[in-house]
Ligand binder design. Structure first.
Ligand code: ADP
Ligand code: MG
Length: 335
């Protein structure tokens, strides 16, 4: 595209120098017939697989603040949040595309660190950066990533497959990221553990793939908006309801300790987003297989409730043992 992209902020290197530099850092990949450098990338996909495609924007001061993150972490997170969507379908990540709108005063060093982080996360997932777009932005840093992956049609797990009687599971721990964010917003320094859970989320690719390939999950989503909100998406799209047991929702020691001193933050950790864990439903007959998978991956997979027939959201047995109705208000950009 011809526009003001060529007025590069990066001094002598310029837009095309930067793209060339990125290109030299990308390793060969047999699936990529044509990568960075032409008008389009050309990639192959096995004939028996479906192509998965997802995009996430990361906007400065909406999704990240440059005084809270280093550029390498931001690069990793930009790839990770997209890879997490591929994980949630049970897919294998294959290609990523990186669009950036760079502020005029950004340094080459910052961009290099960002790209290093992006490539490290992409490489760890076995995927390849195949293209993108580079422009100058009007002021803030804009990141737009597209990720592609593949999955056998019979293995793909959508949001709409939950059935009456299924158990509801979540991987890892819930609330670390929200706790880190709330502390950053309050001007405090989060501990290293919760800070990394916020700035360097782990896409649960292997978990997603194994759940899918073993036929263990009926519906799946990654927890990006918040546990309740994302469960709400599964329930709406599967036309069912659920009952959760609050005491079963898994938290890290960091969150548990925090809640002991600040019980008023319980809603924050339950509704907060960006855990990038996988939330999935599974037939009760698979309980043992899921426990085995949890051992295999050394990753907690916790049953937090079950799907019931009612098509009207969900209820939770709270810590006092009362059954309450939960409203699924996760993060909404326009609310
Ligand atoms: P066009 O003008 O046809 O859009 P560009 O000059 O924008 O082409 O891009 C040239 C090549 O560099 C393309 O292969 C494009 O995908 C790639 N590219 C541009 N920006 C990036 C980036 N930030 N990361 C990776 N590849 C990029
Ligand atoms: Mg372009």
């Amino acid at each position: 595209m011809k526009n003001n992209c060529t007025n590069s902020p990066l001094g002598k290197l310029g837009e095309f120098g930067l793209i060339e530099q990125i290109k030299t850092r990308v390793s060969a990949d047999a699936r990529v017939k044509l990568g960075i450098g032409d008008d389009c990338a050309a990639t192959t996909i096995p004939a028996d697989k479906l192509l998965l495609t997802t995009k996430d924007l990361l906007l400065e001061n909406i999704h990240f603040r440059l005084d809270w993150t280093d550029m390498h972490s931001l690069g990793r997170k930009s790839a990770a949040v997209n890879l997490s969507d591929i994980a949630a379908m049970g897919g294998t990540a294959t290609q990523l595309y990186l669009g950036v709108g760079l502020p005029a005063d950004i340094t080459l060093e910052s961009v290099e660190q960002f790209v290093s982080g992006f490539l490290a996360e992409t490489g760890a997932a076995g995927a390849t950066l195949c293209g993108g777009d580079t422009c100058r932005s009007g002021g803030q840093l804009i990141i737009s990533v597209t990720a592609q992956g593949s999955v056998a049609a019979q293995h793909m797990v959508t949001r709409s497959g939950a059935n009456y009687g299924d158990n509801v599971y979540v991987s890892g721990a819930i609330g670390d990221s929200a706790l880190a964010l709330s502390q950053l917003l309050a001007g405090k320094n989060p501990t290293r553990y919760i800070s990394e859970r916020h700035h360097l989320p782990t896409p649960r690719l292997q978990l997603g793939q194994l759940l899918a390939q073993r036929g263990l999950a009926t519906a799946m989503i990654d927890v990006s908006d918040g546990l309740f909100s994302d469960l709400g998406h599964i329930l709406t799209q599967s036309h069912c309801g659920a009952v959760l047991t609050e005491a079963h929702i898994p938290h890290s020691d960091a969150v548990k300790n925090h809640l002991q001193h600040a019980p008023q933050d319980r809603q924050l950790v339950l509704h907060g987003g960006e855990d990038y864990e996988l939330l999935f439903t599974a037939n009760k007959q698979h309980s043992a297989a899921i426990a085995e998978l949890s051992n295999e991956l050394n990753l907690p997979l916790t049953c937090i409730g079950n799907i019931d027939a009612r098509d009207d959201g969900f209820r939770m047995i709270n810590l006092a043992g009362e059954k309450i109705t939960v409203t699924t208000t996760g993060f909404n950009h326009f609310s």
